[in-house]
Design a protein around this ligand. Structure first.
Ligand code: IVH
Length: 674
């Protein structure tokens, strides 16, 4: 047993080390150690804190999982008002903004800083002696809500500052910034919600707002929030800055997450930046709704002051919205794998931001009512989060006279069973235990690329197999014969043989894929991976306790309950046993401890001949690497297949190591830790 002073010193060292690696991973996107090495440090700290509970502080990295729930958020009065920005929409607005500043200051040219205008929620954070002590929403600008507990769960936010370059920790620091969700994280979050049969978020902004205002911080911890800071209030021990640039760079040395920004000389410089950002907006990993233009010189800013609630020294130059109008040809109901009935608007195809949109989800009954969409309506559609197009509004003046409100079905349109509201009241679900629509979706999911990867088993075939009665459970797939397949409409001998071969091939799978393919509510690919690591043998899940399951990485209490119930259910146990009896063999995950991919960030681009994108990703992850969607200075390798485009170019510009398919395969083979 360690003595207390020794444990205390070690805990402090571990916190600093963990803060450093956290910053490398979440802010710089350049990890120096593998996830498992990080987990080891974390476990050591947890061990010390268990031994000496007095070592547990609210800003310990062990506390990011979320503290106790609150009944209500407390109020926080901001020490200085949180301002908002005036908007401009066109070049004339910019000219006016710049002219006013030049007139007021008597300067012939003003130096500006341009920042992406993040579409999230403004927050204010207080640090005392380098520790994060309080965070609040903007509220009305004077008083906001205390969301400290929720902000602590944001991984890119340091809970304790360990400045670089010998900079001193300020006694009191108050910084302002934006909480948001990255596009990729948003996609995954919605995917998870779909898995769980929960209502989808319409866009990253709504998802971020909803997540930050959860009363239970453990819920917030499960949401992938990010934060960037962009302003700082004068404070005890905070230097007086000459420029905004200096301020941002100071915040950066304190290890706070700072977004990209650019300088611009005068209105002409800003014009150029605006055109560039407008073109580049889709390539950014987060949603932006404009560009913020700020006077760089802090002294000028003080002289310019503010009018009502907006500063004169800054403005939000908005991007034109990506909206188009079209008509609703019909409203249909989709039945998902978990039985959720989702209303979908079928639209007259229209191009929005370069993509043709012909369907828009209406999420659920409440949303449908709120938006008041009807068949025949003229509507505005917007592409949100680059993923699901949504209906923004209805042009009521153009509504046909004979239009009727949509009546939500009381029964499943596919199997006729009663449709009932969920516990949380948002989703209406088909209650039919043997609803073919659900079974079709389950089979399609089971066979999908990142599940069992049965090539050739898509939507149509899944439907045929279910409706012909050949497939009632997953195991039935493995009993299919050439003769039975040939009875299906439009099934040729060649296709039947190919399908059988691909079913046969799918038997040699991994535990991760297998667990994912079962289609358990809440269990997406990343949870399946964590579960597979904790339970390499599927049957060990039959006897696992709720506590055992709760201990798995990223598995929250609700998820643990669903997973536990699933594996306790005799029908599910029998279905899994039947799959194993049919020869399905899920291999346990291998643990990587060394090799060329450990702790490395890899970007895949272009098409590879021998490996599908998902397979390549799996191989890299199995070897302790991480696959990222965009190239930065922090990328270790870019694997470029055929027709690689901008990512390859960027890698060349940045001097990132580039591998072609052959070199990549060689590296994989040389490290055959499979
Ligand atoms: S500066 C006084 N910079 O836009 C300046 N705001 O009304 C205060 N926003 O409430 C804001 N990106 O939530 C600033 N780079 C950025 C921003 C930004 C997004 C938000 C912020 C603010 C709103 C404007």
């Amino acid at each position: 047993m360690d003595t207390f002073p020794k444990a205390e010193a070690r805990a402090r060292a571990l916190r600093q080390e963990l803060a450093h690696h956290n910053h490398r991973y979440y802010v710089l996107d350049a990890p120096e150690i593998s996830d498992s090495q990080y987990d080891k440090l974390m476990r050591e700290l947890q061990g010390l804190e268990e031994q000496y509970p007095q070592l547990v502080t609210p800003d310990s990295p062990t506390q990011r999982v979320g503290g106790a729930a609150v009944e209500d958020f407390g109020q926080v009065v901001h020490t200085t008002q949180m301002l908002s920005l005036a908007n401009i929409f066109d070049d004339a607005g910019l000219t006016e903004f710049d002219e006013r500043i030049r007139k007021l200051t008597g300067l012939s040219q003003v130096g500006y800083v341009c920042e992406p205008k993040l579409d999230g929620l403004a927050i204010s954070l207080r640090f005392e002696d380098g520790r994060f002590v309080q965070g609040a929403t903007r509220g009305d600008g004077t008083t906001g809500e205390d969301v400290t507990g929720n902000l602590r769960t944001i991984k890119s936010l340091p809970l304790e500052l360990f400045p670089q370059d010998g900079v001193k920790v300020p006694r009191r620091l108050e910084v302002r910034g934006e909480v948001f969700i990255r596009k990729e994280d948003f996609r995954k979050l919605n995917e998870k919600r779909e898995e769980a049969g929960e209502a989808l978020f319409a866009n990253p902004r709504n998802a971020a707002a909803g997540s930050l205002r959860q009363l239970d911080p453990r819920e917030t911890a499960a949401r992938p929030l990010s934060v960037y800071l962009y302003e700082c209030v004068p404070g005890d021990g905070v230097p007086a800055f000459k420029t905004h640039t200096e301020k941002l760079e100071y915040l950066r040395t304190l290890t706070l997450p700072i977004n990209r920004y650019q300088h611009a000389d005068g209105a002409d410089g800003v014009r150029q930046r605006y055109d560039e950002s407008l073109k580049g907006r889709h390539a950014l990993p987060f949603e932006v709704d404009g560009m913020v233009v700020k006077v760089d010189d802090e002294d000028l800013r003080r002289r310019l002051g503010q009018v009502s609630k907006s500063p004169r020294w800054a403005v939000a130059y908005k991007f034109p919205p990506e909206e188009e109008s079209t008509t609703v040809e019909d409203i249909g109901i989709q039945v998902g794998r978990t039985g959720a009935l989702t209303p979908v608007a079928h639209l007259k195809p229209v191009k929005v931001g370069g993509v043709t949109v012909s369907r828009a989800t209406l999420h659920n009954e409440d949303e449908l009512r709120r938006k008041n969409v009807r068949k025949g309506d003229t509507v505005f559609v917007r592409r949100a989060g680059d993923v699901i197009p949504e209906i923004v509004s209805v042009v009521l003046s153009k509504r046909p006279e004979d239009s009727q409100p949509f009546t939500f079905p009381t029964h499943c349109p596919v199997c006729g069973a009663v449709a009932a509201k969920d516990e949380d009241g948002a989703i209406i679900r088909c209650t039919g235990a043997s609803c073919p629509a659900q079974l079709v979706e389950k089979v399609r999911h089971f066979a999908s690329r990142i599940a069992m990867d049965i090539e050739g088993l898509g939507d149509k075939l899944a439907m045929q197999l279910v409706t012909s009665g050949q497939v009632k459970t997953f195991a039935d797939l493995f009993a299919l014969t050439r003769d039975s397949l040939l009875k299906l409409e439009r099934m040729g001998e060649k296709s039947a043989d190919n399908l059988l071969a691909s079913i046969e091939g799918s038997k040699a799978t991994t535990q991760r894929r297998f667990l994912y393919s079962l289609g358990i509510r809440h269990v997406g690919d990343s949870t399946a991976r964590a579960l597979a690591e904790a339970f390499p043998d599927v049957k060990s899940l039959f006897t696992a306790s709720l506590e055992d399951i709760s201990r798995v990485k990223d598995v929250g209490p609700v998820m643990a309950q669903v997973i536990h119930t699933f594996f306790q259910e005799p029908q599910n146990q029998a279905a899994i046993q039947a799959l194993l009896d049919a020869g399905v063999h899920p291999a346990p995950p291998a643990v990587a401890t060394g090799g060329p991919f450990v702790g490395k960030t890899v970007v895949l681009t272009g098409t590879m001949e021998r490996l599908a994108r998902e397979q390549a990703k799996e191989e890299i992850e199995r070897r302790g690497g991480k696959v990222s969607g965009s190239v930065s200075r922090k990328t270790d390798f870019v694997v470029a297949g055929e027709d690689a485009g901008t990512k390859l170019k960027k890698a060349q510009e940045l001097g990132v190591r580039i591998l072609d398919e052959q070199a990549f395969l060689k590296l994989l083979e040389g490290d055959a830790r499979a």
